[in-house]
Design a protein around this ligand. Structure first.
Ligand SMILES: Cc1cc2nc3c(=O)[nH]c(=O)nc-3n(C[C@H](O)[C@H](O)[C@H](O)COP(=O)(O)OP(=O)(O)OC[C@H]3O[C@@H](n4cnc5c(N)ncnc54)[C@H](O)[C@@H]3O)c2cc1C
Length: 470
């Protein structure tokens, strides 16, 4: 095995959380190595706007990182992790191991796939893909689009798509419309948290002016069409997001943009053997952490959406806290100084946390989201495994997701289970009549990302140990 290079602090992920963590530690005198698989700083929000405009937060952080002496390795994938030895590869360049005295995992989140009949038809897409460069050709944008999802960012997303030329014919929000009292509470909490929801009301007003209907307590039931989406069937949903019988109606569309939020990217934290817990409102299994963002794995900290999906402001504040904590743990700042530096961060986090709890009450996903598929629905598009095949395994007595993975290959494809893991877990827990959080998900194994074998052939780290899920 090639000898690892040593670094005092490695931060994986250069979104708002990772950049804030790197800057906070760097300002406290820690030499920092910041890694991201993307070719630019900023995470998904950093590149989502066209014409060079980016969210201000990410832009400001990226400029500060660029002007600093932080060692920044972009286009570099962290594909494996053994204790705090990170296997990295930069395609077309080199591969290697980095041993980190402290590691901050800030790997963000993925868009939550929702498995419903027709979800694999061409034309069913996600906000990330819809907003990606190349999707902006007029012919694509002019298509009739249903935006189906839930969450505080939904109106802003729909308004933005419409503004950019997409023919948004309908927006369905699975959550019920908040009562006037709750809306007033949300507004007050959002003001207290620095105007986080500032885009919501203007976006709703924009959609009203544009005559785009926003229908609450409704969701996608299925997509239909010959070879590609021709219509979506939407339905009224109850508080658990289960379609209400007799409420289905077809909507003629060419595109269904499925926007039911995000789920944490925890492959690396699981490889550290840190304890994880299941919290549906945070997006699923998340690493347990203390008030300094330290996980239960020695020397490993977390920040941002990978520790529970909560948006870019929360991610940035958690990143700051993790950066300060790493500097304290490395002896670069005293405990007293760390507490002083952390005090304003904690204050802002408390306000964001208050808002998040309110938002969780409104938009927390209902179990109905996992119950839309039928036996013939493909659950794992990479390996073409249907719901029926998974159910058959359960009937044969296979009672955990990893046994089903071995039997069906669900989760072994290119996306490494990102599309199907949650749905397979939901099928298993429903069959066993257990809550989702009671069973672990797929066990990640390196490489956690598809990497060219030729580049990593020289690296022969030991096999990883099994992760722990509490
Ligand atoms: C389409 C869309 C719209 C959104 N709109 C809003 C909004 O309006 N307001 C809001 O507050 N939030 C919004 N969000 C959420 C927001 O993007 C996240 O909450 C925020 O970016 C989280 O920051 P983060 O630093 O934790 O993670 P991210 O910004 O996701 O950054 C994580 C980084 O880690 C890198 N990474 C992951 N794994 C590896 C690996 N193995 N090796 C190397 N690098 C890796 C990724 O490339 C990524 O750059 C939106 C998200 C999406 C997808």
């Amino acid at each position: 095995m090639n000898a690892p290079v040593r670094r005092e602090l490695v931060v994986v992920g250069a979104g708002p959380a990772g950049m804030s963590a790197a800057l906070a530690a760097h300002r406290a005198g820690v030499p920092v190595c910041l890694i991201d698989e993307r070719e630019a700083l900023g995470g998904p929000l950093g590149v989502q706007d066209r014409g060079g405009r980016r969210a201000n937060l990410s832009r400001d952080l990226a400029e500060a990182v660029g002007a600093s002496r932080i060692e920044t390795r972009l286009g570099t994938v962290a594909w494996g992790l053994w204790d705090r030895v990170i296997a990295v590869v930069r395609e077309g360049h080199d591969a290697g191991l980095i041993e980190a005295e402290r590691l901050i995992v800030a790997t963000g989140a993925y868009e939550r796939p929702v498995v419903f009949p027709g979800w694999t038809l061409p034309g069913v897409t996600t906000p990330g893909a819809t907003l990606a460069p190349g999707s902006g050709e007029p012919a694509t944008r002019a298509r009739r689009t249903l935006v189906a999802g839930s969450g505080p960012w939904l109106p802003a997303l729909a308004a933005r798509l419409h503004r950019e030329g997409t023919n948004v014919v309908m927006v369905t929000e699975a959550a019920p419309r908040p009562s006037p009292r709750l809306r007033a509470k949300l507004r007050a909490a959002a003001r207290g948290a620095g105007g986080v929801l500032g885009e919501v009301l203007p976006s709703l007003a924009y959609l009203r002016r544009a005559r785009v209907p926003v229908i609450h307590s409704h969701g996608i039931a299925r997509a239909e069409g010959d070879r590609r989406v021709e219509r979506a069937v939407v339905a009224g949903v109850d508080r658990d997001w289960r379609p209400r019988p007799g409420t289905e109606r077809p909507v003629a569309v060419d595109v269904v943009c499925v926007a039911y939020g995000l789920f944490p990217s925890t492959e690396l934290t699981l490889l550290t053997r840190a304890a994880h817990v299941y919290a549906e409102v945070l997006g699923g299994h998340v690493p347990v952490h203390d008030e300094w963002m330290r996980t239960t794995a020695p020397g490993v900290l977390v920040a941002g959406d990978c520790a529970g999906v909560a948006g870019r402001l929360m991610a940035a504040e958690q990143g700051r806290l993790a950066g300060i904590a790493a500097a304290m743990d490395l002896g670069r700042v005293s405990r007293a100084r760390a507490h002083t530096l952390a005090a304003p961060v904690r204050h802002r986090l408390e306000r964001l946390e208050r808002l998040r709890r309110l938002l969780d009450g409104v938009y927390g996903p209902g179990p109905g989201i996992y119950e839309l598929a039928t036996p013939t629905t493909v659950v794992c598009p990479c390996e073409d495994v249907t719901v029926g095949q998974v159910v058959e395994c359960l009937r044969r007595g296979l009672g955990d997701v990893n046994a089903i993975k071995s039997a069906t290959r669900a989760g072994m494809g290119l996306c490494q289970g990102r599309s199907c893991a949650r749905q397979v877990l939901a099928l298993v827990t429903r069959h066993l009549a257990k809550p989702m959080g009671e069973l672990p998900g797929f066990t990640p194994r390196p490489p956690v990302r598809p990497v060219p074998l030729g580049l990593i052939a020289d690296e022969r780290p030991e096999l990883p140990r099994a992760p722990v899920i509490d």
